[in-house]
Design a protein around this ligand. Structure first.
Ligand code: C2E
Ligand code: MG
Ligand code: MG
Ligand code: MG
Length: 286
């Protein structure tokens, strides 16, 4: 009886929260099923260099649920993290990334591309993460230096010792690292210099604000990130580039690698591969 009253009072005082929680509970059950029934798939989004040349892609997880429809990773990744379902899900992404890389290695058009995957904190900090990565690479016989792990600042800072240890081991295996959403977290620049990151990704919020408002503060931050990264010999990728204007600003500030709708939306793997191959053969013959 008390329990029922509790539920009623939640519903009475905060129907919005109630709906959100119900959706979350439902989602947890749905994610469990979805892993076994092919509801997850990957999109790939281009990354280009200054001259417009394709340099790689980021794999982005997609979930098409029969009753919920397309669910954004912004919604289901946090639920998967909380419930531990990110572990099987993260492994699924890793496996499939290796398959894509293997497939790419067979063709001249794609053989030089790198593939970035997003790794969540709980996945990275589990005890045998390094072994899982090694096993996936060995099993699919892909060259590890084409695989890039995107980690966020908060992931690294959650356990700096563990991060350093795992990153060094993975780096020794040949993997590369990108610091995702740089500038949005704790901005612990001191740590950045001590960890084997190859790349930082400027968060799309800076990219978009800087060009929209010519907001001085965002300009200064972008400039500082680019300066810092180049002094540490890291590549800088600007994410979320949507317009020519944004690209021009970023170019002016010294950024040479880009990702965003301006170059291409994230696309299903097959569609991405077909586009890349036809483009490649197009330029070859012309
Ligand atoms: P992220 O890693 O920072 O990925 C970039 C996000 O920006 C993606 O959102 C991408 O679709 C979006 N984006 C790309 N270009 C543009 C642009 O020009 N404009 C705008 N407005 N957005 C752009 P998405 O796919 O919804 O993913 C959201 C976040 O979910 C990712 O942010 C990442 O943190 C997480 N995520 C996605 N896939 C995975 C995964 O496989 N594992 C884990 N752990 N997290 C993932
Ligand atoms: Mg990312
Ligand atoms: Mg990002
Ligand atoms: Mg982001």
């Amino acid at each position: 009886q008390a329990k029922a009253d509790g539920r009623n009072s939640i519903r009475f005082y905060n129907p919005e929260l109630q709906r959100r929680m119900e959706r979350q509970f439902r989602m947890e059950a749905e994610i469990r099923q979805a892993i076994d029934s092919d509801q997850f798939f990957l999109h790939l989004q281009k990354q280009v260099g200054g001259n417009g040349k394709l340099i790689g892609a980021e794999a982005l997880l997609r979930w098409n649920n029969p009753s919920l429809g397309m669910v954004s990773p912004m919604e289901f990744i946090p639920v998967a993290e909380e419930t531990g379902l990110i572990l099987p899900l993260g492994n699924w992404v890793l496996e499939n990334a290796c398959r894509i890389l293997k497939d790419w290695e067979q063709e001249a058009a794609t053989a030089d591309l790198s593939l970035s995957i997003n790794v969540s904190a709980r996945q990275f900090h589990q005890k045998d993460f390094v072994r899982q990565v090694q096993r996936a690479i060995d099993e699919h016989k892909v060259s590890p230096d084409r695989l890039k792990l995107e980690l966020t600042e908060s992931l690294v800072l959650e356990d700096i010792e563990d991060s350093m240890d795992k990153m060094e081991q993975l780096h020794a295996l040949g993997l590369h690292f990108s610091m995702d959403d740089f500038g949005t977290g704790y901005s612990s620049m001191a740590y950045l210099s001590r960890l084997p990151f190859d790349e930082v990704k400027i968060d799309k919020s800076f990219v978009q604000n800087a060009a929209r408002d010519r907001n001085q503060r965002d300009w200064v931050i972008i400039e500082a990130i680019i300066g810092l990264a180049s002094n540490l010999n890291m590549r800088v990728v600007a994410e979320g580039v949507e317009t020519q204007t944004q690209q021009s600003y970023l170019c002016h500030l010294g950024c040479r690698c880009f990702q965003g709708y301006f170059y291409g939306r994230p696309k299903p793997v097959e569609e991405f591969n077909v586009a890349i191959k036809s483009q490649f053969h197009g330029t070859e013959s012309s």
